[in-house]
Design a protein around this ligand. Structure first.
Ligand SMILES: *[C@@H]1O[C@H](CO)[C@@H](O)[C@H](O)[C@H]1NC(C)=O
Ligand SMILES: *[C@@H]1O[C@H](CO)[C@@H](O)[C@H](O)[C@H]1NC(C)=O
Ligand SMILES: *[C@@H]1O[C@H](CO)[C@@H](O)[C@H](O)[C@H]1NC(C)=O
Ligand SMILES: *[C@@H]1O[C@H](CO)[C@@H](O)[C@H](O)[C@H]1NC(C)=O
Length: 397
């Protein structure tokens, strides 16, 4: 579009040299210069408007790009090697689960006490085979800490006293609600981005944990046929963030799940899937779960496996089955843990399997016990909510 304007002006320039006086020539030149500037302005405005229009479209519509790889269960280990999977054995194991703590001084004391209890319990109950701890995000209360580095340090110091390698997924309080999101996300990563390495090498290597290269807060590992996937799910109202950043994060989460489900279902026998994230169920995170569903629902040998999303954010124990009903995804559950300062950590336990036979947990479901996946998974809330959570004065004596 620029070329015609320039060639036009140079043509008339040649012409003007012959016929015009120097003064008139300068005038003509000025006019032409103005014309060129004007044309450039018009072109710029057209492009500016067009690019703004693209921005508007992007802002209005969440992008659902095709993610790689697509769901395909035809090469799955469980399908191709069903002969051997009928006789395979797995040990039982369990892990501690907590979230949304510490929010207050008394919760720091509470956490210190919980960690001490966990240390003793792990040692005294080898039969439960406690192997790691997961904190599902929000390691501080932004209005109290203002996201100072010392808050990250305090929680890291408390959790580091724990008996087991500890994995922390990011919550909104960990950077999103902070004054400087990028700087505080760096802080979160500094303290928790590879937190598990604070424990004994032998214990960490036993997990076989892999972190994403481009998004190291995302992790994955397989333990005794259970695929565990760490996510970066934040509940953010629309308009609180540039939609492009939101989309990029959603795509990273979806790809991480897709890639790992496809890979691990192909290479080994998977008995169940645990998704670990912060955000509670909401219309904004729904597209993520719809994508995850594509990798299980309608794939016969996958849709019978339990898939459980464990998270915090809402601060009270809740077992949600809405998505399960809506999508006819029988074995999907969305489970929210109590706020960590108010209740015992949950013990998430997996039943052993001996020569193809699951030693299923008895379904003695109660307020404090939940058995899922035909007895493969048990969530034990221990003593549940504390009667007097703030009463921490004599806890550490
Ligand atoms: C399963 O076992 C049967 C009988 O031994 C055999 O014919 C078949 O090829 C096996 N299938 C696979 C996928 O190994
Ligand atoms: C505990 O889990 C580990 C790792 O999965 C496994 O190797 C071991 O056999 C289990 N121990 C018991 C007592 O089940
Ligand atoms: C924060 O990081 C994102 C990419 O992760 C970038 O697009 C954005 O411009 C950054 N914001 C600031 C204020 O640096
Ligand atoms: C599963 O298949 C049914 C019937 O073909 C279809 O209506 C449904 O949308 C599918 N669900 C998913 C999550 O793909």
């Amino acid at each position: 579009m620029v070329t015609p304007v320039l060639s036009l002006s140079s043509k008339s320039q040649n012409h003007s040299k012959k016929t015009l006086t120097p003064f008139a020539f300068r005038c003509r030149q000025q006019h032409q210069l103005l014309a060129v500037i004007f044309s450039l302005c018009v072109i710029f405005l057209i492009f500016y408007h067009a690019s703004n229009h693209v921005d508007m479209v992007l802002l209005q519509k969440e992008v659902h790009e095709k993610i790689y790889p697509l769901p395909d269960g035809s090469q799955d280990y469980n399908l191709l090697y069903s002969n051997s999977t009928k006789t395979s054995s797995f040990a039982g194991f369990s892990f501690y689960l907590m979230g949304d703590t510490p929010y207050r001084d008394w919760q720091e004391t509470r956490l210190e006490w919980q960690v001490k209890q966990m240390k003793q319990y792990t040692k005294n109950h080898p039969e439960r085979n406690l192997t790691f701890t997961v904190h599902v995000g929000d390691i501080q209360k932004v209005s109290l800490t203002h996201c100072a580095e010392s808050a990250y340090q305090t929680t890291a110091n408390l959790l580091r006293q724990g008996p087991l390698p500890t994995l922390v997924v990011p919550g909104d309080n960990d950077y999103y609600d902070c004054p400087d999101r990028n700087a505080t996300f760096q802080l979160f990563m500094k303290y928790f981005g590879s937190f598990e390495k604070q424990w004994h090498k032998k214990d960490v290597e036993g997990l076989g944990l892999i972190r994403s290269e481009s998004h190291p807060e995302l992790f994955v590992f397989v333990k005794e046929g259970i695929l565990l996937i760490g996510l970066h799910l934040i509940n953010a109202p629309e308009s609180h963030e540039d939609i492009r950043l939101w989309n990029a994060r959603m795509i990273a989460n979806k790809e991480w799940v897709a890639k790992n489900v496809q890979h691990y279902f192909r290479t080994q026998e998977i008995r169940g899937v645990i998704l670990l994230g912060h955000a509670l169920r909401s219309p904004r995170t729904r597209p993520f779960f719809l994508t995850v569903a594509d990798y299980f629902v309608n794939i016969t040998h996958r849709q019978d496996l339990p898939v459980v999303y464990l998270h915090g954010d809402g601060h009270n124990w809740d077992v949600d089955t809405k998505l399960s009903h809506q999508l006819h995804w029988k074995h999907f559950r969305d489970i929210q843990v109590d706020q960590g300062g108010l209740a015992d950590p949950v013990i998430v336990e997996f039943a052993p399997q001996i020569k193809g036979k699951l030693k299923a947990f008895k379904d003695e479901s109660s307020d404090l016990q939940l058995v899922l996946g035909k007895g493969l998974i048990r969530l034990d809330r221990q003593n549940g909510l504390y009667k007097h959570p703030k009463n921490v004065k004599n806890l550490l004596k």
